[in-house]
Design a binder for this molecule. Structure first.
Ligand code: BDR
Ligand code: CA
Length: 307
């Protein structure tokens, strides 16, 4: 049986690839896509999400959510994603957004969840998911699992300390880490193993379909990373989808994780106690390794199933 999921995202180039991977994977039943401001403002991430879902032809509702974090100021990430969030790749306008607001829609979906519950996937700031759970805590029992692309046990990519999604709403992430349901973290340390190179993009281009073309155009527009000698970059958000689609590609470790919510230079830092130094109960499963070659095969197959 496919896993019923809600995807909360901020497209975003790698979010777009994650949506293609999810919508092209029979292992997942994507019930809705909710959107926050993140990589760029909500005025851009919402049409981007609608356009990506539109190009797949799937009838999945796309719903607007928060345009700012629970606390603090909104910050975008245009250096990687471009001012339009998709690196300049133009798409036909997608179907209109479904009515309502993300946190309400997530709560409604949880109320009607199947007995096995719903899995919540977070690919952007944690605001929408946190608002949904914090405003009706009884629904937490309907959450089968939360899978997040967020955080790092090593250095950050927003600051020396913090990864972009964690930094974009640390208080929201803290709500999710404390909710008591299983939480999986796909961190920067994991995504640094899923590196896109020019050769990988060329290989992915070998195939038919509009989604494949759009995906490869988006991949080609993402700047190579200084951290990887300007020859590769990490494909973050699709790794979180792959954790559900192909769990056999990963090794994991249960850890105690705390996100720093102070206002200093450590804001948004995720403290991942991989070696159980603090003897605290584990509140997260941290994905530690990924088989990158097979990950790109999974992505290739998913693109092959789309229009
Ligand atoms: C995360 O931040 C965003 O820029 C990406 O879409 C990804 O979700 C990586 O730090
Ligand atoms: Ca994202």
């Amino acid at each position: 049986m496919p896993i019923p999921v809600i995807i909360d995202c901020d497209p975003g180039t790698d979010d777009a690839l994650a949506l293609f991977l999810a919508l092209g994977s029979p292992e997942l039943d994507v019930r809705m896509v909710t959107v926050a401001g993140g990589n760029v403002g909500l005025a851009q991430t919402l049409p981007n999400a609608r356009a990506i879902v539109g190009v797949t032809g799937k009838k999945v509702p796309v719903i607007a959510g928060a345009d700012r974090p629970l606390l603090g100021a909104f910050r975008s990430e245009t250096a990687v994603h471009g001012t339009d969030g998709l690196g300049g790749v133009r798409l036909p306008e997608g179907p209109p957004a479904a009515p309502g607001i993300a946190a309400d829609a997530i709560r409604a979906a949880l109320r009607e969840a199947p007995p096995e519950g719903l899995t919540l996937i977070g690919l952007g700031p944690a605001t929408n998911l946190a608002l949904a759970l914090a405003t009706e805590p009884a629904l937490v029992e309907k959450v089968a699992r939360i899978v997040l692309m967020t955080g790092a046990w090593g250095e950050g990519n927003f600051s020396a300390s913090a990864e972009f999604n964690a930094m974009s709403d640390p208080e929201g992430l803290a709500v999710l880490l404390a909710c008591g349901r299983p939480v999986t973290l796909v961190t920067l340390d994991l995504t640094a193993q899923a590196l896109v190179t020019a050769e990988i993009i060329e290989k992915l281009r070998q195939g038919e379909g509009e989604c494949r073309k759009v995906a490869c155009d988006i991949l080609a527009g993402i700047p190579m990373s200084r951290r990887f000698g300007n020859k590769a970059y990490p494909l973050h958000d699709p790794c979180a989808i792959a954790w559900l689609v192909a769990p056999e590609l990963f090794t994991n470790r249960d850890c105690h994780v705390v996100v720093e919510c102070g206002v200093g230079p450590g804001r948004g830092r995720t403290h991942v106690d991989r070696w159980d130094r603090l003897k605290q109960p584990a509140n997260a499963t941290v994905a530690e390794t990924i088989d990158a070659a097979r990950f790109f095969e999974v992505l290739d197959k998913a693109l092959g199933r789309l229009e």
